[in-house]
Design a binder for this molecule. Structure first.
Ligand SMILES: O=P(O)(O)OC[C@H]1O[C@H](OP(=O)(O)OP(=O)(O)O)[C@H](O)[C@@H]1O
Ligand SMILES: O=C(O)c1cc(=O)[nH]c(=O)[nH]1
Length: 213
C-alpha cells in the first residue's frame, strides 16, 4: 500500500467511526490551550476491532520500515498507551508509557513499565500531533532516562508548522499514518462537511493559535 493510500484509508476510517467532530459554535479546548472548531478523538477507534487492528498494523509497519532495529516501544500517556501496547505486542518488544509528569505517590515514576537501560533504542507511539508539545515532553523524559529515542510514529497530525519546528529543534523524526489535509480531502469527497463548516475550517487554519480567543 502506498503512503497516500494509507493516509486516505486511515482518514476515511476516522470519519466512518465519527472520531472527527466539528463544533464551531462551542469550540474545543486543546492540550496546548488553543481553541478549535475540530477535534479528532482517535481513542474512539479502540472500540472498533477492524479499525483498531488496521491502525496497529500501520503503526507497527511504520516502526519497522523507518526505524528497523528497536529495543523498546513507548506510548505517550494517555491516548498513546493502548495503541503503543498493541504495537509492542505485535513486534514482540517490551513496552513502557510516559506520563506528562512524575506520579505524585507510589513509586513516583514518570516512565512506567519497561525500565530503560542507557543507550537502548526507543520508538515512541502517539495518537495525535497538534503542536507536538505532549510528544516532546515524553521524548525529554525518555532521553533523561538514558534512552536513544529513534523517533516517533503517530496516527494523525494537523501538519502545523509549529510542530514541524518543535520536532526539528529536538532533532526528532516523526511519521504519521494520516494528516489534516488528507482528512479534509476525504471529508469533502464523502460529504462529511458542509460548505459553511469548510469556510470556518479555512479561517481557523489561517491562524489556529488565535482562533476563537
Ligand atoms: O501536540 P499537542 O499540542 O501536545 O496535542 C496533542 C496531544 O493532546 C492530546 O492529549 P491530551 O493532553 O488531551 O490527553 P490524553 O492523551 O490523556 O487524552 C493528544 O492525545 C496528544 O497527546
Ligand atoms: O491538541 C489536542 O489536544 C487534541 C486535538 C485533537 O484533535 N484531538 C485530541 O485528542 N487532542
Amino acid at each position: 500500500m502506498t503512503q497516500r493510500t494509507l493516509a486516505e484509508n486511515v482518514a476515511s476510517m476516522l470519519l466512518e467511526v465519527k472520531a472527527v467532530r466539528l463544533n464551531p459554535d462551542q469550540p474545543f479546548k486543546w492540550a496546548s490551550g488553543w481553541n478549535s472548531p475540530i477535534y479528532c478523538d482517535n481513542r474512539i477507534t479502540l472500540s472498533y476491532p477492524k479499525v483498531r487492528t488496521a491502525i496497529k498494523n500501520g503503526l507497527a509497519s511504520a516502526v519497522q520500515a523507518y526505524f528497523g532495529d528497536v529495543d523498546i516501544i513507548a506510548g505517550v500517556a494517555t491516548a498513546g498507551i493502548a495503541q503503543g501496547a498493541l504495537v509492542a505486542d505485535w513486534l514482540e518488544l517490551p513496552f513502557c508509557y510516559v506520563r506528562p509528569e512524575p506520579k505524585k505517590h507510589g513509586m513516583g515514576n514518570q516512565i512506567e513499565g519497561a525500565s530503560i537501560k542507557p543507550g537502548q533504542k526507543v520508538v515512541l507511539i502517539e495518537d495525535l500531533v497538534s503542536t507536538g508539545g505532549s510528544s516532546l515532553k515524553a521524548v525529554e523524559a525518555l532521553r533523561e532516562a538514558g534512552a536513544n529515542v529513534l523517533g516517533m510514529v503517530a496516527i494523525f497530525t494537523y501538519g502545523f508548522e509549529i510542530a514541524r519546528k518543535n520536532f526539528a529543534d529536538k532533532g526528532l523524526n516523526f511519521y504519521t499514518l494520516s494528516d489534516y489535509e488528507t482528512l479534509i480531502g476525504e471529508a469533502v469527497t464523502k460529504k462529511y462537511v458542509t460548505e459553511s463548516q469548510l469556510i470556518t475550517l479555512q479561517e481557523w487554519r489561517q491562524n489556529p493559535a488565535e482562533w476563537g480567543v
